[in-house]
Design a protein. Structure first.
Length: 348
């Protein structure tokens, strides 16, 4: 991985250092409407960014589309961007995904730096080289693998985040704990998520990112062990797409709900300890609530799982656990077992 991850202690000098290592004739900063108001003022006065051009896009996943990416390409071109320019993505996962894809394709690829401003983007979207946009009703359907030169993580940005979004990012941290060590998992399920201590959280974010980094380095293009990062995502993406047509939910909430189902399958299939499953499930239910699905939604959810990019030959693929840190990739389940996991989710 060519990416350098910096846990920030002095944001201005870290951005300046990153830019000196990234060739740049022009600097562009990509923000959405929310980060333009809440996060851009934090960095806009930095000397090194005094001539940077700001590109603004609509907030939320509904703008992660062809129209928006075309607007970014056009803004880079109109602003005199060349293959020697650099794009700073300042925002959540939608901004780092779309901005990374724009930078990877403009002039066949320019340097980019991710400064994630949500917890989800810090521990998930900004690390690991996945970029892309939604297309044809499917999430992240078009994109490329390409690392940003730097990821600069500063939990001070989280002060502007509401509880819902803190929970959303924390779900990915919980996943990293489950695929890593007992100590990390314990720390995560005993953390006071209602009143988060940001200093402590910064250290936990650093640990969480290390888990993802280690796995991505081993398997950059998701041929094997990187599938560990899919824990909770097979059910989770289906929940997310299901909710999109009704009342949208945040990605992390969908993943948390997906982990309930996949931990249930882990307990019944691969021997994951029931007590640890129950502890994790009760933590999730306490902070994330639940989703109002009924038996009538099962067929639609299963149909959505069949569309997942991770499947092969129409077989739904799961990442399950034999225990904490005991990763079992490429697991399958029958339709009845999938429905049983959905029953558990509703009643568990």
């Amino acid at each position: 991985m060519n990416q350098r991850i910096i846990i920030s202690t002095h944001l201005e000098s870290e951005i300046a250092n990153a830019l000196t290592e990234c060739e740049h004739d022009k600097i562009f900063i990509l923000v959405d409407e929310v980060t333009k108001e809440k996060c851009l003022p934090v960095i806009q006065g930095f000397f090194t960014l005094k001539n940077a051009q700001v590109i603004t896009i609509g907030a939320t996943d509904t703008h992660k589309d062809l129209e928006t990416i075309a607007h970014v390409w056009k803004s880079l071109g109109d602003g005199g961007g060349s293959r020697h320019s650099c794009l700073i993505n300042l925002g959540g996962g939608m901004v780092t995904d779309l901005g990374g894809f724009a930078a990877s394709t403009f002039k066949r690829g320019i340097n980019f730096i991710n400064i994630p401003t949500t917890l989800l983007a810090m521990v998930d979207a900004s690390v690991g080289g996945k970029t892309g946009i939604n297309f044809n009703g499917l999430k992240n359907e078009i994109g490329v693998f390409n690392d940003s030169k730097f990821v600069i993580l500063d939990t001070e940005f989280l002060r502007s985040l509401d509880a819902e979004n803190i929970c959303s990012g924390y779900a990915e941290m919980l996943k990293h704990g489950l695929i890593s060590t007992e100590d990390m998992w314990k720390e995560l399920i005993t953390f006071d998520l209602a009143n988060p201590d940001l200093k402590h959280l910064q250290q936990m974010v650093a640990d969480s990112v290390k888990v993802k980094e280690r796995i991505v380095e081993e398997d950059p293009h998701e041929h094997g062990i990187r599938k560990a990062l899919n824990l909770g995502h097979t059910f989770g993406h289906a929940f997310e797409s299901w909710a999109l047509k009704r009342k949208p939910i945040l990605h992390g909430h969908a993943v948390a709900f997906g982990m309930i189902c996949e931990l249930y399958l882990s307990a019944t299939h691969t021997g994951f300890p029931t007590e640890k499953m129950r502890q994790t499930v009760s933590f999730i239910k306490e902070y994330y609530g639940t989703l109002p699905i009924t038996c009538d939604d099962y067929d639609e959810l299963i149909e959505l799982m069949h569309h997942d990019k991770k499947n092969q030959n129409g077989i739904i693929n799961f990442t399950l656990l034999g225990g904490i840190g005991d990763i079992r990739i490429n697991q399958t389940a029958t339709m009845d077992e999938i429905k049983e996991a959905l029953d558990f989710f509703r009643e568990g």
